[in-house]
Write a protein that binds this ligand. Structure first.
Ligand SMILES: Cc1cc2nc3c(=O)[nH]c(=O)nc-3n(C[C@H](O)[C@H](O)[C@H](O)COP(=O)(O)OP(=O)(O)OC[C@H]3O[C@@H](n4cnc5c(N)ncnc54)[C@H](O)[C@@H]3O)c2cc1C
Length: 333
């Protein structure tokens, strides 16, 4: 299973495949987990989810930003989405990656871009802006930017990845910030992160409980794991923790029935909706997490019409088809 995971994480980091995939548009089933690439399409999806009492956090997809121009373009797109959310009066906020805003080559630039986003969000009804966490090397950068911004803005928060040994310290460091708690999506070394599902789950539960008991701000528990979700519900009941103090979150396209039933029980619920052309790395990380997610891809490859469309991009189609073949072999090991 670890080989399977490593394989897809490696694909997610491949800049050539990411660039090529942008030209093709969401394929291999990615269109089931990415909500289009125009603002009207996005707003329509948000309105649909809102009708079912489900709020949205929008991720304007974008990775491997290497120039100032690219970072300014990413910021501009995010500002436009914030304006659209306010204009259409939908229940949504934004999730932003600092690497999109230039942190990999100029941290000051990323800070300035993030500040501009927060100013706009403040203007637009104090909309919440979440800084997503990425690979471990960027954690210091995120904290640097966050620590500078959190005095000036109340509407900024971040994510804690339970696979990190230092997750608990981060919970202790930010009791006043709105936080999202996740297991963690990247491949990290054993010197900094737990490696087995048992260890990660156990640390996840530990930080969730600590956070719910001590937080002075809202908490988002972001997982598709029904055992963790049941545990959280029981823990809240036992400790008289109000439903208004927290929400559950899931990714768009996964476990919609479960999401709906949790929302129907009166819990706040938010779906993380990725949007835009830069779908490949995001989709590869979802495949890395769960072999069964490959079924999304197989559906498209068994559909002759879709295959014909993909075939227009010969080399990409060959690359993607062999990717699936290798993945299948890895699964059988
Ligand atoms: C809203 C949201 C935001 C996120 N933000 C970040 C971030 O900023 N940084 C980051 O590193 N990671 C982020 N992640 C990803 C996260 O770290 C995990 O990689 C991802 O959520 C997979 O872990 P899991 O908790 O869902 O449980 P897993 O360990 O993947 O799954 C546990 C169990 O849940 C069940 N299950 C899971 N998925 C399904 C399904 N589709 N259908 C049926 N059963 C299922 C299965 O029984 C499975 O064994 C985010 C995740 C979510 C949901």
């Amino acid at each position: 299973m670890s080989l399977f995971r490593d394989f897809f994480i490696a694909l997610s980091n491949n800049t050539y495949l990411n660039e090529t995939a942008k030209k093709v548009g969401p394929r291999m089933g990615a269109n089931k987990v990415v909500a289009g690439n125009t603002i009207p399409q996005l707003i329509e999806k948000i309105q649909y989810l809102n009708e079912y009492r489900i709020a949205v956090t929008v991720d304007c997809l974008g990775e491997f930003v290497e120039t100032k121009e690219e970072s300014l373009h990413a910021k501009q797109q995010i500002l436009e989405i914030i304006e659209a959310i306010q204009y259409f009066n939908v229940e949504a906020h934004m999730s932003v990656k600092i690497s999109q805003l230039g942190s990999e080559f100029d941290l000051d630039l990323a800070y300035e871009n993030m500040r501009e986003i927060l100013l706009k969000a403040d203007e637009c009804g104090k909309m919440h802006i979440n800084i997503d966490t990425e690979k471990y090397h960027s954690l210091q950068q995120i904290q640097h930017v966050l620590d500078k911004l959190k005095g000036e803005f109340k509407n900024v928060g971040t994510v804690v990845q339970a696979y990190l040994y230092e997750a608990e310290d981060l919970i202790d460091k930010y009791p006043d910030l709105r936080l999202r708690l996740v297991k963690g999506a990247y491949k990290e070394d054993e010197t900094i992160a737990y490696q087995t599902k048992e260890d990660i789950d156990s640390n996840y539960i530990k930080i969730i409980e600590k956070r719910l008991l001590n937080a002075r701000n809202y908490t988002s528990i972001a997982t598709h794991d029904d055992q963790i979700i049941s545990h959280v519900k029981q823990f809240m009941k036992k400790n008289h923790i109000e439903k208004d103090q927290m929400e559950f979150q899931m990714l768009y396209g996964f476990r919609s029935d479960l999401a709906q039933s949790i929302a129907n029980e009166g819990y706040h619920f938010t779906v993380y909706v990725p949007f835009g052309d830069d779908w490949f790395a995001y989709f590869m990380r979802r495949l890395a997490e769960r072999p069964q997610n490959l079924s999304l891809a197989f559906k498209e490859f068994s559909n002759p019409k879709a295959l014909k469309r993909i075939a227009l991009y010969g080399s990409v189609a060959t690359g993607l088809a062999s990717t699936l073949a290798i993945a299948t072999k890895l699964l059988k090991r």
